[in-house]
Design a protein around this ligand. Structure first.
Ligand code: SAH
Ligand code: SF4
Length: 391
């Protein structure tokens, strides 16, 4: 008789990305301090370590070099030692899609077989890279596609920095030797608005952003980085003190009753607790306002009364309100508010003295818009799974 076989599951955490190659340490995502310590551990004399770390840092993050052999200001045998002990590795790009509006979406496979998405949004004179912080998300906001993904783990700092590096590869944005600054940067801003709740992966996100902000590398200023949170109240202040980036908060409702349904973390930290933490936010000022994100869901949170309540709730907080027309996904339980409704809502908020831009949906044809991210392979598996197979 046949022994029972394991049930078919949708678990993708089965195939390692590649076999471990003699346990080489990935240098990507290490802070300067950690890089220096790793070099000492590999036998670099302590008094040289700071300088070597600086040289290697520049090769990796200023020039985009991945091959130790090309680091020509280091001695040949030292380069060989580095290659033996270390690697400069990025997540693997398994698919790349380009939208009719120029938005690019990358599907990445990370160690362990998990998948995440990164989105590049080109705009006039600037460009925003939307980076993921987790595979999936443990929170289950009812309007968000990512929240329906089963598999979740935190990304490492390497995997977060790696998203910025591979987008620079794809856009051919690493500087060429002898070439000065070349005007507008293709990736001028980074937003932590892809998959995952960044404040549930704080250390990795912080270390990754410190690498991205470092002036001798990718060198994006702290004001060009925005972290979006669903409202992890106890971690909010750390975003200001330990990263210094801009803050966006997914408010989405003006009563606890509605927010409990849309953003379930509200049952843990309700609107009053959230706004209390924001009033204390260390960097709060008129020049560093908080962005409130507000998804427009037809007949759920989009009335004039909601707009007026919103204005009353946030009174005294320097803020701007980003209105996000709901981006639909297959099986979503909501519809997008009508355009006139969104404009009427925006008008009330605007008249109360707050900037209230309506976010233009980008990359909808490739499912790259806000809240649509969920790895393509998981979608495909769902569709192919035979009826009756375990969810
Ligand atoms: N987890 C973080 C950051 C990722 S989501 C957060 O929730 O803030 C980035 C933004 O997209 C959030 O404001 C989120 O609420 C919003 N969003 C999620 N699904 C959406 C959808 N289907 N349409 C429009 N916006 C959505
Ligand atoms: Fe997670 Fe943000 Fe989606 Fe909510 S909106 S499920 S917190 S990614």
């Amino acid at each position: 008789m046949n022994t029972p076989t394991a049930p078919v599951t949708q678990d993708v955490l089965t195939i390692p990305r590649r076999l471990p190659e003699g346990g080489r340490t990935n240098l990507v995502g290490l802070t300067r301090e950690a890089l220096r310590a790793a070099l000492i551990d590999a036998g670099t004399p302590e008094r040289q370590a700071k300088m070597r770390a600086g040289q290697i840092w520049q090769w990796i993050y200023h020039w985009g070099v991945r091959d130790f052999a090309a680091m020509t200001n280091l001695a040949k045998d030292y380069r060989a030692l580095l290659a033996e002990r270390f690697e400069i590795a990025l997540p693997e790009v398994v698919a790349r899609q380009v939208s009719a509006d120029g938005t690019r979406k990358y599907l990445l496979r990370v160690a362990g077989g998990g998948e995440v998405e990164t989105v590049y949004i080109p705009e006039e004179g600037r460009g925003t890279l939307c980076v993921s912080s987790q595979i999936g998300c443990t929170l289950t906001c009812s309007f968000c596609h990512t929240g329906t993904q089963k598999l979740v783990r935190n990304l490492t700092a390497a995997e977060i920095v790696g998203q910025v590096m591979l987008a620079r590869d794809d856009l051919d944005e690493w500087p060429q030797p002898g070439q000065g600054a070349t005007g507008d940067r293709l990736i001028s801003n980074v937003v932590l608005m892809g998959m995952g709740e960044p404040l549930y992966n704080f250390e990795a996100v912080r270390d990754a952003m410190r690498v991205v902000m470092d002036g001798e590398g990718i060198a994006l200023g702290r004001r060009r980085i925005t972290l979006s949170t669903s409202g992890v109240v106890p971690e909010i202040a750390r975003a200001a003190t330990e990263i210094g980036c801009q803050l966006a908060v997914s408010l989405h409702a003006t009563t606890d009753e509605v927010r409990d349904l849309l953003v379930p973390i509200n049952r843990k930290w309700n609107i009053a607790a959230l706004l209390g933490a924001l009033r204390e936010y260390p960097r709060l000022s008129n020049s560093e306002r908080i962005t409130f994100e507000y998804v427009m869901l037809k007949d759920v949170n989009d009335s004039d009364a909601d707009a007026r309540r919103l204005v009353r709730l946030i009174a005294g907080i320097p803020a701007k309100i980003n209105l996000i027309p709901f981006n639909e996904w297959p099986g979503a339980p909501y519809r997008r508010s009508d355009w006139e409704r969104i404009e009427a809502f925006a008008d009330i908020v605007h008249k109360a003295g707050y900037a209230s831009p309506i976010r233009t949906p980008r990359g909808e044809d490739i499912m790259a818009a806000c809240g649509q991210l969920k790895s393509a392979s998981e979608r495909a598996r769902r569709v192919r799974a035979p009826a009756g197979s375990p969810a």
